[in-house]
Design a protein around this ligand. Structure first.
Ligand SMILES: [Mg+2]
Length: 357
């Protein structure tokens, strides 16, 4: 099998609901761009990948990826994944660009096999609990109201993205635990808003409130800072969401005691190939590798990785809105068709693209 054509389409989407994060962290741009990559093979099977951003992705595809991919065998994913690292050595591209290519190659492979991707990757389960991952709301009262709405819609797990103020966030976390009782899984994500002392203060409050995990309180630059924090706390500290370098880098988080759980994902960990590698690395240390972020690619990872426990889905707005793939029990199910299961109308995509290649 050979890749005979490479196309890319950038589309612009407008979010209807405000996307608010902690103090100091920019909200998501209401008009965001996404680029689709379409690989056409000589056997008629096409693979689709995607990445956030427009111009960066189109530039990389035009200059580097298209000339490199034409004529390649898409089934040689391992070889191509390592060649992508060589391209990255020169380009230093954003990590999600690996997912753009790698997921399209896996899409082709799973379509050829005639199975949904998660089965090709191993296949561990056919559905999984989702957790409601909140944006940042204005008051404790509103957070508790949003939590009630999530529980009414079937969720049994909630993760807070709060204000980025250690004392206020600690009080919120304790109020939420009191409000929902002991049987709901609660998690907290600091989105790298704190220094080591604030991180410790907040971590102790989360321990007292029986939170399941404490995610990314600091930027993921200092392994020393994280290994000290892990040492000081009993609550599992979940790290390595945004650190570059896939399993090559996550290995050091684990070896240095800078992670009690690690993040993996298709977007930040080098595509499906990288996401699996991180999960298997963590598994060898009996650690969990929790899949970060939404999208059908991450659903397949969630269903293929034994040591992952939830699918993350954002809840935004009030009344809350969230992805339509979540069922009434707060679960997400396996996509049924072969491949990744992207539902793409090529004509409509070509028409709506703001730029293409
Ligand atoms: Mg996170």
């Amino acid at each position: 099998m050979k890749i005979i054509a490479v196309h890319a389409y950038t589309v612009r989407t407008k979010t209807k609901v405000p996307f608010v994060w902690r103090k100091g962290l920019l909200g998501t741009d209401p008009t965001s761009e996404q680029t689709w990559l379409r690989l056409v093979t000589d056997e008629g099977i096409e693979g689709w990948g995607r990445a956030p951003r427009g111009a960066i992705a189109l530039d990389l595809v035009a200059r580097r990826l298209k000339p490199w991919l034409i004529g390649k065998n898409p089934l040689m994913k391992e070889l191509l994944w390592h060649e992508l690292w060589e391209i990255d050595r020169i380009e230093e591209f954003p990590m999600y660009m690996m997912g753009l290519v790698d997921s399209a190659l896996w899409d082709i492979t799973a379509k050829l096999a005639g199975v949904p991707l998660y089965q090709l990757l191993g296949g561990y389960r056919d559905r999984i609990d989702a957790y409601a991952s909140t944006v940042t709301y204005a008051t404790t009262k509103e957070f508790l109201d949003v939590a009630d709405q999530c529980l009414a819609r079937g969720f049994r797990a909630i993760k807070l993205h709060a204000w980025g103020d250690a004392r206020k966030d600690a009080a919120l976390c304790q109020a939420l635990r009191k409000h929902v009782g002991p049987d709901i899984a609660l998690m907290y994500d600091g989105s790298a808003g704190f220094d080591p002392y604030e991180s410790l203060y907040l971590g102790r409050a989360l321990e007292d409130a029986d939170y399941l995990w404490y995610e990314e309180p600091m930027r993921e630059f200092s392994l020393t800072a994280y290994s000290r924090l892990c040492e000081q706390l009993d609550i599992p500290v979940l790290t390595a969401e945004t650190s570059d370098g896939c399993h090559f880098n996550v290995a050091d988080f684990i070896a240095q005691g800078a992670a009690d759980m690690v993040r993996t994902s298709f977007g930040y960990k080098g595509g499906i190939t990288g996401g699996l590698r991180v999960a298997h690395l963590a598994d060898s240390f009996q650690l969990s590798a929790e899949v970060h972020g939404m999208g059908v690619e991450n659903i397949h990872l969630c269903l293929a990785i034994r040591n992952n426990h939830y699918y993350e889905t954002l809840v935004m707005g009030n009344p809350v809105v969230f992805e339509s793939c979540i069922d009434a029990r707060g679960q997400v199910h396996a996509p049924a068709g072969p491949g990744l299961g992207h539902d793409i109308n090529l004509k409509a995509l070509e028409k709506s693209a703001v730029a293409k290649l």
